[in-house]
Design a protein around this ligand. Structure first.
Ligand SMILES: C[S@@+](CC[C@H](N)C(=O)[O-])C[C@H]1O[C@@H](n2cnc3c(N)ncnc32)[C@H](O)[C@@H]1O
Length: 283
C-alpha cells in the first residue's frame, strides 16, 4: 500500500466536549479487551504493525492513552497506540508524551489515519454521551471505516472513576459493523445491583428505558434474577453477580457465561437487540 503523510480525511467529524478524565478510569476496559480478544491486541507483523489501538476522545490530559499504551504493551511490546482528540489544545498538551509507538493526532470520528494505517481496536469512552442519540449510528460508522476487518470498537460510558461502566461492542465484519453485545462492568467497589448501570447506559440505550423496550425488559429481568439469587450475596458480591447472570440466562437471555468474565465483574449480553448490522460504505 502507498505510504503517504496525508490523513484520509481533512475535516474532523464531531465537536469538542468536556474533557474530564481520571487516572485508571479505563483500566478495566483494557483488561476486558485482553480477556475477550487478546489475540487482536497481540497480533504483530506486516500491516498489524501499522494497526493502532486508538483512544478516541482522551480528554484534557492524555492519561488514559498513556496508561493503555503501557498496559497493553505487556501483551504486545510493539503495539502502536494513537490518541485522537478533536480539541487542538488537547492535542498540543499530549504532544510531549509521544514516542515512536505512541502518537497523538487531531481528529474526529473519521479517524486521522494515513493510507497505510488502520485501527485494530478503537476505544471511545465518555464521548458519545455528550452527543444526541441520533448521532450515534453515524459516529459508529465513521469509526468503523477506520477498523481493519475483524477489528473491534468498544464505545461506552463510565462513572467518574471507572468503577462501573457499560459499553457497546461492535466488530467490523467485511464491510459491515456488527453489534457483538452490550457489556456491563463493575469492580464491586460501589457494591452491586443491576439498577446501578441504568444511569451509565450507552447513549443509544439510556433514553430507551421505557416499558416495552428490550433494554428495559433486560434490566427488569436482571433485577428479578438478582433478587431470586439474593442468598448468594452472603458469599460475596462476585458470587451474587455470577449467580444473577446464570439465572438471567436461564430466563432466556443470551449471555457470555464464562467464569473468567463473570468472576471479574463483566456481564456481556450477546443477544442485545436494536442494532442491525451497519454498512460502512455506500452500496
Ligand atoms: C469526557 S472526555 C473523555 C476522556 C476519556 N476518554 C475518559 O473516558 O476519561 C471526552 C473527550 O472527547 C473529545 N471528543 C468529543 N468528540 C470527539 C470526536 N468526534 N473525536 C475526537 N474526540 C472527541 C472531547 O474533546 C473530550 O476531550
Amino acid at each position: 500500500m502507498r505510504r503517504t503523510s496525508r490523513p484520509r480525511s481533512e475535516r474532523p467529524q464531531g465537536q469538542p466536549t468536556r474533557g474530564k478524565t481520571a487516572r485508571n478510569r479505563l483500566r478495566r476496559v483494557d483488561n476486558f479487551l485482553l480477556i475477550y480478544d487478546g489475540e487482536l491486541i497481540r497480533r504483530q507483523g506486516g500491516a498489524w504493525d501499522r494497526a493502532f489501538f486508538v483512544d478516541l476522545g482522551y480528554g484534557a490530559q492524555p492519561i488514559t492513552t498513556l496508561e493503555s499504551a503501557a498496559r497493553l504493551r505487556q501483551a504486545n511490546p510493539r503495539l502502536p497506540v494513537l490518541g485522537v482528540e478533536i480539541d487542538p489544545e488537547r492535542v498540543a498538551v499530549a504532544g510531549p508524551y509521544a514516542d515512536t509507538l505512541t502518537q497523538f493526532r487531531l481528529g474526529g470520528f473519521n479517524l486521522p489515519l494515513r493510507e497505510d494505517e488502520a485501527a485494530r481496536a478503537i476505544r471511545a469512552f465518555n464521548v458519545l454521551r455528550q452527543y444526541d442519540a441520533d448521532q450515534v449510528g453515524s459516529a459508529w460508522q465513521s469509526m468503523g471505516r477506520g477498523l481493519r476487518p475483524g477489528g473491534l470498537l468498544i464505545e461506552g460510558t463510565s462513572d467518574p472513576f471507572g468503577r462501573s461502566w457499560t459499553a457497546n461492542l461492535l466488530r467490523r465484519v467485511g464491510d459491515r459493523l456488527v453489534h457483538e453485545g452490550l457489556l456491563f462492568s463493575t469492580n464491586f467497589h460501589g457494591g452491586f445491583e443491576p439498577e446501578m448501570f441504568q444511569s451509565i447506559l450507552p447513549k443509544n440505550y439510556i433514553h430507551r428505558m421505557l416499558p416495552g423496550e428490550p433494554i428495559a425488559d433486560f434490566m427488569q429481568a436482571w433485577q428479578r434474577a438478582a433478587r431470586e439469587r439474593i442468598a448468594y450475596r452472603d458469599w460475596g458480591l462476585r458470587q451474587w453477580f455470577t449467580a444473577s447472570a446464570e439465572a438471567l440466562s436461564a430466563s432466556g437471555f443470551r449471555l457470555d457465561l464464562r467464569g473468567r468474565l463473570l468472576q471479574r465483574g463483566y456481564l456481556l449480553w450477546q443477544g442485545s437487540p436494536d442494532v442491525a448490522p451497519l454498512p460502512l460504505f455506500p452500496a
